[in-house]
Structures are given as C-alpha cells and as structure tokens.
Design a protein around this ligand. Structure first.
Ligand code: GUN
Length: 291
C-alpha cells in the first residue's frame, strides 16, 4: 500500500494558521499588511504559472504583492536597479526573483544584491551559510515544505538513509543540508546524487527516503527502489499530449505505486507546500520589519 501525502490539504491547514496570525498580530493592531515584491524576467510558461500561483496565494492569505514583470532581453543592471528599489523601500518586506533567469543574466550577481533581511527565498549566501551552520535564517521554501510534509505525517527521518537526487540551490542542496543537520527535523544520513553520479540505482535501492528534484519526468522507476521507501517528488513538468496537457513529476507514478510506503503526488504534493512556506517566510520578514 502506498499512501499519498496530500500537500494541498496540509497547505490549507497552514494557510489558516498564517491568516490567523496576520489577523491577530497585524490587522487587529491596524498595522499595514506584509508585502512581497516579485521580479520575473521573460515569459517562461512554468515561471509564469509559479508566479501567478504565488500572487494568488498572497491574495488568499492576506499578503500584499507587487510583481515587476520585465522582458526577457532586460539587461542585468536594470534588474539590479529594480532590486535596489525594493531593498530601499521600507514598505516591502520580502523579495523574490523568480528563477531561472534568462541566460545572459548572472544569477549570482542577482541573488547577492538582495538584502538578506528581505531574502524570503533563502538563496543569499548569508542565509544559506547560516542555514548550513544551524543558525537562524530564512530557509528555502521548497526544502521547508518537504521537511514540514514529512514531519506532519510523522515520517521518521532520524537515523534513516535519505538519497537526494539533484543538487540545485533551490531544492537538492538545501534539503540535503537540512536533513543531515543536528535538529529534530534532521539527523538523517544523506547521500546527494546528481547528473554525474554513476550507477544511481546503487544508491536509490538502499534509500529509506528519496527526494528527487531534477525535472526529468518519470525518471525514478519502481525497479530502482526498495519496498517501503518514502518518496518525495519535487519535479513538475508540463507534458503536451496532442491538444491536451498535463503535469508530470520526476517519479514514474505507476511503477512505484504499491512499492513505496509514502509518495507525494504531482500536482498537489510539494508545490502547495512550497508556496505556503514562502508565505510563512514573508510573514516572518514583515514582523521583523515592524509590520
Ligand atoms: N524557481 C523554481 N522554484 C523557485 C523558488 O522557490 N524560488 C524562486 N525564486 N524561483 C524558483
């Protein structure tokens, strides 16, 4: 039996908690609402979908958002100027720059320019470094979403072998750091695998928990896992089939279903958890910013 881990349902519960906190700590005290600044460059269809969902989530929860939508051919210094304005605007509490950026833009320069106090994505080296050292900081939302869905479903991490597939700054790297840290939500033995790992099945077959975030639809198959493994599928790719389209994760759902003990579905697994954790980070930033 495989139990599906419902991210929509959990995100709904957390949404209520965050809304309540906004009511009690902000609305009742007649303070201004938290405010998230979003920068998007270009019209990548996945990024447009992600950003629209983040804006909707802000509306649903009671967070103000401002989107700066720039063309794909924008120059790096023009994005840096927009970030500077948001850094200096005391009424903006959190800033995110949707990734990936167009190829001619240096992602490092962009991330480094965001004020770490407003870096609700947790990608700035100051936050990332603090996270790696078990210090208080903004942690990347997807990694927080994964930890929360495992914790709330009482899935044991302590002492388990977790195999992470993918080493991106958004998911693979931060989740491998957090799961191996000396914390209640850590203490796992983590193997971080990636596109240059040879014989990846050797690792996945030993895993108690697999977290996959590579953007290759259907990559993880039933024959690559052991019975009872917990699988977190972070991948989400839109597949066009004639005039229909659907979303597919990095896991070959049919071949792992029945063999895994728990599995996050796509859609409705990690996606909603990521958005709600971004809201949580934005509220924290706003409260620190005297909202
Ligand atoms: N692109 C895909 N996921 C994310 C995310 O969590 N934050 C940002 N900024 N870009 C992304």
């Amino acid at each position: 039996m495989t139990q599906l881990l419902n991210g929509n349902q959990l995100a709904t519960e957390i949404r209520k908690e965050i809304s309540k906190e906004i009511d009690q700590k902000i609305r009742k005290k007649k303070k201004r609402l938290p405010h998230l600044g979003i920068i998007l460059s270009g019209n990548n269809s996945s990024s447009l979908t992600y950003v629209n969902r983040k804006i909707q989530e802000c509306k649903d929860i009671g967070i103000k958002s401002t989107l700066i939508h720039l063309p794909k051919w924008i120059l790096e210094h023009e994005i840096l100027e927009e970030i500077k304005k948001m850094n200096e605007n005391p009424l903006i509490d959190g800033i995110i720059v949707q990734l990936p950026l167009p190829k001619h833009i240096n992602e490092e320069n962009i991330i480094l320019s965001i004020n770490p106090k407003k870096d609700v994505d947790g990608f700035h080296p100051e936050n990332f470094g603090k996270m790696s050292l078990n210090m208080n900081a903004f942690f990347p939302a997807t990694a927080l979403g994964i930890l929360t869905i495992l914790e709330k479903n009482q899935i044991k991490i302590y002492g388990k072998h977790t195999v992470v597939i993918g080493r991106s700054r958004i998911v693979g790297r931060p989740i491998s750091i957090l799961l191996s840290s000396r914390k209640n939500t850590g203490n796992s033995t983590v193997t971080l695998t990636h596109s240059r790992t040879s014989n990846i099945e050797y690792y996945t077959k030993q895993a108690d928990i697999i977290i996959i975030a590579i953007g290759v639809p259907g990559f993880l198959k039933g024959e690559m896992i052991k019975k009872g493994v917990v699988i977190v599928d972070v991948g989400i790719t839109r597949i066009q089939d004639g005039n229909k389209s659907f979303l597919k994760g990095d896991v070959d759902f049919n071949s792992v279903y029945g063999k895994a003990s728990y599995l996050t579905p796509v859609p409705g697994g990690i996606g909603p958890m990521t958005r709600i954790m971004l809201m949580k980070n934005t509220l924290i930033a706003a409260l620190k910013n005297n909202c």
